[in-house]
Design a binder for this molecule. Sequence first.
Ligand code: DP6
Length: 328
Amino acid sequence: MPLGSELSASAVAHPNIAFIKYWGDRDSALHLPANGSISMNLGDLATRTRVVFDSSMRSDELFLNGVLQSGAAVERVRRFLDIVRSLAGQFICARVESENNFPAGAGLASSASAYAALALAASHALGLRLSEIELSRLARRGSGSACRSVPGGFVEWQAGSNDLDCYAFCIAPPKHWALVDCIVLLDTAQKEVGSLQGHVLAATSPLQAARLADAPRRLELCRQAVLSRDFTSLAEIIELDSHLMHAVMMTSAPSLLYWQPATLQVMKSVIGWRRDGLPVCYTIDAGANVHVICEADNAAQVRKLLGALEGVVDVLCSSVGGAVRLVE
Ligand code: DP6
C-alpha cells in the first residue's frame, strides 16, 4: 500500500444485556467462557465506530466521543487490531473514532458494542469479508460479551470447545418479542472493578463450580422462555442467574460487592410490583445499576415507577436491537 493512502470503514453495534451471564473464562487470552450465555441486544443504545488504516501513521490512535485516549484503553484496542492485521496480512496503523449515544461512566458495559463495531469496521476496512460466525469469534477476542453484539435480537453464545466453535448466534429476531430493558442509573461515585479483572476472580469462589454445573439447565430454561415468550419463566430464571453470578462475585477473593443500598431498593421494589401483578423482573451486571426488564406495553408504567424511587438518577429504556452493521 502506498505511503499516505487510507483504508476505512464505519460500523454501528448495540450493547447487550445478558439474561444468562458470562462470568469466568476457561481461557482468558482467547476469551473462551466458563459457561454459555444468552442476551438481548439493546437497539436504542449504540456505538458508532470509524476505523481509518493510514500508512503514514506510526502508532494506533483511539478517540472516544472525540477525546484522544491513552494508556490501557489504547493498548487493548492495539492488541485487538493486531489480530485483525494478522488475519488480513496488512500491518498498517489505524485511527479509531468511537462514539456512544449513551452516557459514558453510567456503568453500562460499552465494551460489547465497542468491540462488535470495531471488529466489523476494522476487518472490512482491511478487505476481509467475514461471515457472522467469523465476526462473532473475532469480536470475542476484544471483549467476551462483544461476540453477542454481532448477531441481532436474542442471542446465545455457545461456550464451545475451542476458538473455532466459540461464538454467538441469533435464537430469535428482534421482532420476536417486544421486551424493553429499563436501565436504572444510580448515584454511584466509586470506580468499580471491571469485568476484565472480575472474570479472573470467578474461579476463586467456592460457589463458581456449582454455578457452572447448573448452567446448562438455566440456559435451556431461558432459551425456552424466550422462544415461547413466557415472561413468568423468564423472570424466574434471569433473576436466579443474576443472583448466582453476584453470589460468586461476593464470595470470590477478594470479594466483589457491586450492589449499593439503592440497588437493593430497586430489586425489592421490582419484586413487590411483580407480586402485585405487574410482569417485571431485574438483572444486574458488574455494577450497581439495575436492568429492569418488562414487555413494551408496560414500559411507560415501569419507567415512571422506577423514576420515583429514591437514589435513581435516570432511567434509560431500550427495545430489542439488531445486528452489527456497516454504515455510510
Ligand atoms: C457481568 O465481556 O464485558 O456483563 O470480555 O473481560 O471485556 P471482557 O468482559 P465482558 O464481561 C461481561 C460480564 C457481565 C455478564 C455478561 O454480559 O454476560
